[in-house]
Design a protein around this ligand. Sequence first.
Ligand code: ADP
Length: 490
Amino acid sequence: MRAAPTVELAGLQVSGGHWIGGERVGSASTFDDVSPVDEQVVAQVASGGPEEAAAAVAAAEQAFPAWAATPPAERARLLHRVADLVDERREQLAMLETIDNGSLLRSHLRGVMPRVAHNFRFFADYLVHDLHHPDFETRGHVNHVTWDPSGVAVLITPWNAPLMLATWKVAPALAAGCTVVLKPAEWSPLTASVLADLTREAGIPDGVFNVVQGYGERVGDALTGHPDVSRISFTGSVPTARLIARSAAANLTPVSFELGGKSPFVVFADADLDSAVEHAVEQYDNAGQVCLAGVRLLVEERIRDEFLERFVARARQLRQGDPRDLATDIGPQISREHFERIDGYVQRALAEGAEAVIGGGPNTELGGLFYRPTLFTGAAPGSEILTEEVFGPVLTLQTFASEDEAVAMANGTMFGLAGVLFTGDPERARRVSAQLVAGTLWVNCFFVRDLRAPFGGSRRSGVGREGGTWSFDFYCDVKNTCTNQERWTV
Ligand code: ADP
């Protein structure tokens, strides 16, 4: 067992070790953490396996009874304290995340890190103010409903929005009274490690929050198949979800899955075209590495040329470059492996006859992991570029002639995560929205998120919903205690 290596990055001491039972722990081997900004190794991170998974679950199990019994107001106070510390380190965390996963510093500073803090505050307040315990009376009996924490929650998170997506699970799990083992993605392990330090500084007791680092197929698999785990929440790809479901099946561990998408972005001729174009170009955000992006532009035939002309003009203004530069709009892809995967999709689409109106390959001027924002027209119906998740800066444009055709095309994949609809007609908006299969629809807007609202996917895009009461309930064993009020003897 090697000591846990620590490195100074973005003004923070960042441990590459696990965080188990309130201690930094190393592993027999480490892996290189590579920054997408310049493909340089920035940290050595412990590569956990079954042993570390078992140790983390044991630590979480040991800490569970006391944490579950901690009064809600005290749990909420500690979560608020974590939020305060996130706010205090906002700039360092933002820079660390940018170095680690290549997404924009500008986004982290303005939106993401404040949102990370908000995740903790929201669920702390939910616990104290919004969790209602209704009593139902039945002929002299009272049904009293309680939300009991279920035990040890294993949280497995992806690399595209590491701290944001981790805390969106960590906060409700801890608020509910569960103890947590977080396994961040191996391509972006660092902010989760710092979060462990912040929870200690906030006074969260040892073992309540644990972080295990390593490859999904080793340590992730050991965690999801562990018999003492009460909940598994996962955000990631469909193939990995299948493996986790199989692993969880051995113990019938309940799972919550937020998976991929191939969401439609539907523009009717009666829409505010300026707004539609502006939001369509936003689908390149985070270099297209966003599960909910509306990557299939479906545009009414008679405005196709005008839409395309405006879209291309606007997309050409996007600045691609160093994500630490606040003027940059599009940064690099997460890793060489992922970059090649995206390029594979693009090259196959070109070979099949699709036309790249913009982009269509790596950004050779910048080199590295920079891929040019791409828009395809003329893709063959049913081809993979129209049906599979690319998870890169690659959009397609197709046209439709009628509302029915728009709906059929929008619903024409195995996914159902999100949808974007632009129309000036409220009746049409209602009609079309009612027919679209998606966990979230944005009408004449995009990416407006409220923590109280549900988020998740239909079809292969997920199992269950997160957000507000949906997140909180998932981590609980909801219990009904039915008491005969007429049999008291004292
Ligand atoms: P991607 O393919 O985009 O990297 P994944 O769904 O594989 O997305 O990764 C999301 C998370 O799932 C990461 O934390 C990864 O380590 C984890 N993971 C990958 N494979 C497994 C597995 N077999 N069991 C548990 N977790 C896994």
